[in-house]
Write a protein that binds this ligand. Structure first.
Ligand code: GLU
Length: 493
């Protein structure tokens, strides 16, 4: 069997969109699954809209997601002579022709068709110009485009889409479409095919928004005597109101870099995105990279559009809650060493990183991350909601302050009293810390919860978290004692 060759050909006109990332993932998975190659090709022929910044963003996004490629990045602009040569070849072989119809003439014909309520398609006026006529028009300096000559056949043309099945049209329904502009620049439709032929692409997995091009592209493959690749068109991703997800409508949540900045685990996002439009056939949701490569198939790409459960203004969750639950899953289940590597930049960003976390305090660091990760959703939570574990400067959240501190005036004295007892303990450990707190509550004739919740608030600033006594051990006696003694500060505001 010949090698499968896939490609991801983004246009660098913006950041890497999560829809683009999903396309890249499907191509990558299929290349891996079939032992083939993934080619990265930057389609930068639109000089006005392509930017270096966008190219960099796409490369960074792919790298962050762990999508590696085998060839490239190639740049479409490096192959302009190939595109021109293909157009010339089609002209020479009589498979394309120069069209001198002016915009005004074409507009008038279109309007007339609209008035008569008939479908408009180019009528082939210039198809039958003789060599002399063409030469004369060119000599007169008339502008022309190059049109593809759709074969005059009373037959059907089509392809077998791996997702959608047979897609077909009648030759007679397809107009002679433009392949080279009057500026001499080949159109994208042609460039894309020429590049795919040169790169020997065997499978094209792309969004169904590209389907408007596909039948015409099949004609181009045939005209250029190249094998037609296998096509698989993926469903679009829509929001709850059935609108295509886009930056204009949904803002930054459609950008891969946004997930990186907010503390997503790359594989959690990848796993989520793959399932947005593909299903394994059962209800398994979490896959390792290898499992996904093994299970992935083009046939199980969904035919219907995918729903991204997000509406602008939904800020309780900053993205689809399912994506967040995927992140929680990986945050809780991945080896703690891997979590530590990913957490490091977030702590550093908050000024909380200490090199000892990789040396003499490594054990403490890993066990602390392990203790607190269960309630977190994002990697950024460690430097935010988890700040009290790494610094004495942290804020006490309003809710626990009101509920657990301000409602109990007595804590002003009780917590410093507890601090004294903790300081005096011979051995400050899980059992002794708990027993001491409970004994104090009994002595004072108050509920242990009042002491424990008050202590949680001054020690972590949070309403909820892991077991209180585990927290005390992680934070350490000295810091705990100082925080308990500082409780009076909280009543001052
Ligand atoms: N450059 C196109 C895009 O970014 C890709 C077209 C294709 O996959 O054929 O949408």
């Amino acid at each position: 069997m010949t090698e499968t060759r896939l490609r991801f050909p983004p246009s660098p006109t913006g950041y890497l969109h999560i829809g683009g990332a999903r396309t890249a993932l499907y191509n990558w998975l299929y290349a891996k699954k079939t032992g083939g190659k993934l080619i990265l090709r930057i389609e930068d022929t639109d000089a006005e809209r392509s930017t270096q910044e966008s190219i960099q963003g796409i490369l960074d996004g792919l790298e962050w997601l762990g999508i590696d490629w085998d060839e490239g990045p190639y740049f479409q602009t490096e192959f302009e002579s190939d595109h021109e040569a293909a157009a010339s070849r089609l002209l020479e072989e009589g498979k394309a022709y120069k069209c001198f119809c002016t915009k005004e003439e074409l507009d008038a014909k279109r309007e007339a068709a609209q008035k008569n309520k008939t479908a408009y398609g180019y009528d082939g006026t210039c198809r039958s110009l003789s060599g002399e006529e063409v030469a004369a028009k060119e000599a007169a300096g008339l502008a022309f485009v190059i049109r593809f000559k759709v074969p005059d056949r009373d037959a059907e043309i089509g392809y077998d889409d791996k997702v959608l099945g047979r897609i077909k049209a009648q030759y007679s329904e397809i107009e002679d479409f433009v392949i080279v502009r009057s500026t001499g620049k080949p159109l994208y439709l042609l460039c894309n095919v020429v590049d795919d032929i040169r790169d020997r692409i065997s499978h094209i997995i792309r969004g169904s928004d590209h389907m408007t091009n596909t039948i015409r592209q099949v004609l181009l493959y045939q005209a250029l005597d190249a094998p037609v690749p296998v096509f698989a068109h993926m469903p679009l991703t829509l929001d709850l109101k059935k609108a295509k997800i886009s930056k204009r409508k949904h803002g930054e949540i459609v950008a891969v870099h946004f997930y990186k900045e907010r503390g997503f685990i790359p594989w959690a996002l990848s796993n989520f995105l793959v399932l947005l439009g593909w299903s394994p056939g059962d209800d398994k949701e979490f896959f390792t990279r290898e499992e996904l490569i093994d299970t992935f198939s083009l046939e199980r790409i969904n035919k219907t559009n995918s729903i991204f459960n997000y509406q602008k203004g939904n800020d309780k969750f900053f993205t689809d809650p399912k994506a967040i639950s995927f992140n929680e899953h990986y945050l809780r289940s991945m080896p703690i060493e891997e979590i530590a590597t990913m957490v490091k930049p977030f702590l550093a960003g908050e000024g909380l990183w200490d090199d000892s976390y990789e040396n003499d305090k490594k054990e403490w660091f890993l066990s602390t991350l392990d203790l607190i990760r269960d309630r977190f959703q994002m990697l950024s939570d460690f430097g935010d909601r988890g700040r009290a574990y790494f610094s004495d400067e942290f804020t006490v959240e309003k809710k626990p302050l009101k509920k657990n501190i301000l409602k109990h005036e007595g804590l002003k004295e009780w917590l410093p009293l507890l601090a004294d007892r903790y300081e005096a303990l011979d051995d400050f450990n899980l059992e002794s810390a708990e027993q001491t707190a409970r004994d104090l509550a009994t002595e004072l004739d108050i509920k242990p919860g009042v002491i424990i919740n008050g202590m949680r608030t001054v020690v972590t600033g949070q309403l909820a978290g892991p077991s209180m006594f585990d927290i005390l051990m992680a934070i350490g006696r000295e810091r705990v004692v100082a925080r308990l003694r500082g409780v009076a500060e909280l009543y001052k505001e």
